[in-house]
Design a protein around this ligand. Structure first.
Ligand SMILES: Cc1cc2nc3c(=O)[nH]c(=O)nc-3n(C[C@H](O)[C@H](O)[C@H](O)COP(=O)(O)OP(=O)(O)OC[C@H]3O[C@@H](n4cnc5c(N)ncnc54)[C@H](O)[C@@H]3O)c2cc1C
Length: 380
């Protein structure tokens, strides 16, 4: 086993760390307060090339390996998990999905503008009545002549309010169950496509989340992802593990930020004539936080390394373990951070209350903790 990053990964991590501190950090409070994503961040990210981290170089991106994508999630997540979600929904759920599953024509048509940031992407699987039970989606696709007509509503979709291109899952025949699932590349200007309500959230407020409404939405047949009907189930599963690893990396990023803030505060805050760091119960919290973050990181990096080595028999189980563990760690560590800050931790003027609100979504999105435990138990 080799636990070292390559020189390229080290450089990338440092570059994204500097980028996040310089270009994202100044906007964090405003984005959280006003529940908006700042377009300038997108422009700067586009100039740096990181919007194309899920796209191979031949289509204008800079995909090298998925551990590197994870480092993007972690470093951006350390500063603002909402921005990490914007990048992930675009670069992984949309662009990387097309890169993995699209036909050559689809890749040539969509990937360069997504990789360069001229277009923003999202992915719509979840529906108002189909969340954990994702394969029960009702969005219907009917073939009429040279088009598919889509009808249905997608719910909780990251980037829906700002996306130009959506990867949409639908069924051609509900009676066929998962065999009827198909995936479509849908542009926001296709007739019948509408970004619905923008949803207001507890945390992750820089990440715009919303509905997608399709009413007789006309999609040209060449936009059936991969060009073959019935591939939806394969396409969903082809990206699920890596999505869970990268989501876990964002969670680790928030936990790391909460730990660093807590350690600094514990050494600065005096009570009973000494820094609160000196109290054994505070030391216990900090030690537990540090070890749980490092454990989550090792598990997640192991999963990403397996994915990069195409060791796919291992990755479903590892993804469930990493997703379950890292996301629970993020909620526990951020909650402990608020506790270490005491009353100040509950106030908006310190960042830890935002970390705690942001962290709460991690055990929910990309498959809940309960579902990850079911996957692990199925292996057992
Ligand atoms: C901020 C945010 C962003 C999101 N972004 C996207 C996106 O970009 N694209 C997208 O398609 N989706 C997205 N989602 C949706 C997300 O994937 C779902 O919320 C998630 O899969 C859970 O589905 P649900 O919310 O319908 O909860 P439900 O499935 O209704 O679950 C409710 C509760 O029941 C539990 N439960 C369900 N089934 C079982 C079971 N069999 N055994 C035990 N417990 C069970 C769950 O664990 C949970 O605790 C996003 C969600 C959020 C909150």
């Amino acid at each position: 086993m080799n636990f070292d990053f390559t020189d390229e990964q080290k450089m990338l991590k440092e570059m994204i760390c500097k980028f996040s501190e310089k270009e994202i950090a100044p906007w964090v409070e405003e984005m959280d307060r006003e529940e908006k994503f700042v377009e300038k961040i997108w422009e700067k990210a586009s100039a740096l090339g990181v919007l194309g981290m899920g796209v191979p170089a031949e289509y204008g991106g800079m995909l090298t390996d998925y551990l590197s994508f994870g480092l993007l999630g972690e470093e951006v997540g350390r500063v603002d998990a909402g921005v990490a979600t914007v990048f992930g929904a675009h670069g992984l759920l949309c662009a990387n999905n097309i890169a993995r599953n699209g036909t050559e024509e689809q890749k040539k048509k969509y990937l360069p503008s997504l990789a360069g940031g001229a277009k923003k992407g999202c992915m719509g699987l979840t529906e108002p009545s189909a969340g954990s039970d994702a394969l029960s989606i009702k969005t219907r696709a009917r073939k009429v002549g040279g088009e598919y007509i889509l009808n249905g509503t997608k719910m909780f979709i990251s980037n829906a309010p700002i996306a130009d291109v959506a990867v949409i899952y639908a069924t051609t025949d509900p009676a066929m169950g998962s065999k009827g699932l198909c995936t479509f590349i849908v542009e926001k200007d296709f007739p019948g496509y509408k970004a619905g309500r923008k949803l207001s959230k507890m945390g992750l407020r820089s990440s715009p989340t919303g509905e997608i409404i399709m009413e007789d939405c006309r999609v040209p047949e060449e936009n059936l992802l991969g060009g073959i009907e019935g591939k939806g189930i394969e396409q969903i599963f082809s990206g699920l593990d890596v999505e869970r690893f990268i989501w876990s990396c964002c969670a680790i990023g928030i936990a790391q930020a909460a730990f660093e803030a807590s350690l600094k505060y514990a050494k600065e805050r005096d009570q009973f004539g000494q820094p609160i760091f000196n109290f054994q119960m505070i030391k216990d919290k900090l030690a537990t936080m540090l070890v749980s973050i490092e454990t989550a990181r090792l598990l997640t990096y192991k999963g990403l390394t397996s994915w990069d080595r195409k060791n796919f028999e291992q990755t479903r189980m590892l993804a469930a373990q990493a997703k379950f563990y890292a996301c629970e760690v993020a909620t526990k560590v951020t909650s402990e951070a608020v506790q270490i800050y005491g009353g100040y931790g509950y106030m908006k003027e310190f960042p830890v209350e935002r970390y705690m609100r942001d962290a709460k979504v991690f055990p929910i999105g990309a498959g809940t903790t309960e579902i990850q435990k079911l996957i692990i138990a199925a292996y057992l």
